[in-house]
Design a protein around this ligand. Structure first.
Ligand code: TXA
Ligand code: MG
Length: 375
């Protein structure tokens, strides 16, 4: 694939050049603290069309608008003509203001009634708009230099693994865009938490992410609603032409290679049961010269590699998201390690431990893993 994109440092000169391109309807790769985004002026139909085409994203999947540091409350968002304050009931105003004060800038996206000046293309025809204030200094520098709120979905081709480094953006979209701003590895590593509101002010979590359910409940003193067991039952998504958070289609964040999920951590599985768990992945190996890539949530890779090598007739590579068992570190490495296994020519299939924790960032990790493994 011919590379077109240049990865450039966020110098004042480069920021000015890319900001000018954005003012003219162009788009660019932009680092945020969650994942890299593909950014364009949220009021430019040209830029929005380019974003959808570049990502090959279906037009029914709306974008998140990224705002500057000056917009840390509903009044400011309304003054900037991003939301329609008149449509927002008082209990929702209260809760939303508490949340923006607690978590902005940061990995929380709020769904609110949109201002009429936001193009329907951005919101896929919905009357609401998704808003977030990123904390990454380079994202803020670009918003400030372009003097625009920036629509930015994750900078991957639709349905694929989100990029957490500039190099990963180049792998995904390097043949289709001109500029990628270098911002280092994303600190959080999974996307923002997306929430909407009931008229009572209760919060509905549409996508688990960088801010946990527990943190939201504590800051807002209201209940966070989710759907028991599974957030987004497949039937509900499949039966709705305009799902509320359509980015949450069953198969998402998928590596190119088949990904299988273990029922529990490898250390808790007997050899006999592990052999049974390895059967389906082995059957999916196209060639015996390729092997199995194992993704551990925690612990040391070496002993697991030795154990599994004794059970299978093919090469085994093992990666650990956090040898020390930190959930933050696991989230930080999730997409980059999946991407490495996906690229590794000796790996034919991936077998991952599940993340059985239903709280904190564990919820977001499990959500991404089960989506990645959906067939
Ligand atoms: O962390 C993030 O949120 C990253 C970085 C780049 O900021 N962005 C990101 O964007 O993950 P994207 O497009 O990959 O995911 C946006 C999600 C989708 O699931 C989309 O359906 C949902 O937000 N969304 C956007 N607007 C919505 C709306 N009006 N109502 C409900 N869901 C909405
Ligand atoms: Mg995405």
């Amino acid at each position: 694939m011919p590379q077109r994109a240049q990865i450039v440092d966020p110098t004042a000169e480069n920021l000015a050049r890319i900001a000018e391109a954005i003012q003219n309807g162009d788009i660019a790769g932009m680092p945020t603290e969650t994942v890299y985004g593909l950014a364009g002026d949220c009021r430019s139909p040209l830029a929005i069309t380019r974003i959808f085409e570049t990502k090959e994203r279906p037009s029914f999947d709306p974008l998140i608008v990224h705002v500057g540091l000056g917009h840390r409350g509903l009044f400011e968002l309304s003054r900037a003509e991003l939301i329609d304050l008149a449509q927002i009931p008082n209990p929702v105003r209260d809760v939303a203001n508490r949340l923006t004060r607690a978590f902005w800038p940061g990995p929380l996206t709020l769904i609110l009634p949109k201002h009429s000046s936001i193009p329907d293309l951005v919101t896929s025809g919905l009357s609401t708009v998704a808003l977030r204030m990123p904390s990454h200094p380079v994202a803020q520098a670009l918003i400030s230099a372009s003097q625009r709120a920036l629509a930015a979905p994750s900078a991957n081709r639709f349905g694929r693994i989100s990029p957490t480094s500039a190099q990963a953006v180049a792998e995904e979209l390097g043949d289709r865009i001109d500029w990628i701003l270098e911002g280092g590895e994303c600190s959080v590593g999974v996307e923002s938490t997306v929430i909407s509101f009931e008229n009572t002010g209760e919060i509905r979590m549409l996508r688990p992410g960088g801010i946990s359910k527990e943190e939201l409940e504590k800051a807002a003193s209201v209940k966070v609603l989710d759907r028991q067991g599974s957030f987004y039952p497949a039937a509900e998504i499949a039966g709705t032409p305009k799902p509320e958070a359509p980015g949450l289609l069953a198969s998402h964040y998928a590596p190119g290679k088949p990904l299988f999920l273990l029922p529990t951590q490898i250390s808790e599985i007997s050899d006999e049961k592990l052999r049974a768990c390895l059967k389906a992945p082995l059957e999916n190996l196209q060639s015996r010269s390729r092997g199995i890539g194992i993704l551990l949530l925690s612990g040391q890779p070496r002993p697991i590699a030795e154990r599994i090598s004794g059970l299978v007739p093919c090469p085994v590579s093992v990666a650990s998201l956090s040898p020390s068992g930190s959930i933050q570190e696991a989230a930080h490495h999730l997409f980059s390690e999946l991407r490495k296994l996906d690229r590794d020519p000796t790996v034919g299939v991936i077998l991952s431990e599940p993340c059985l924790s239903n709280s904190g960032l564990g919820y977001a990790i499990q959500d991404r893993l089960s989506r990645a493994s959906a067939k």
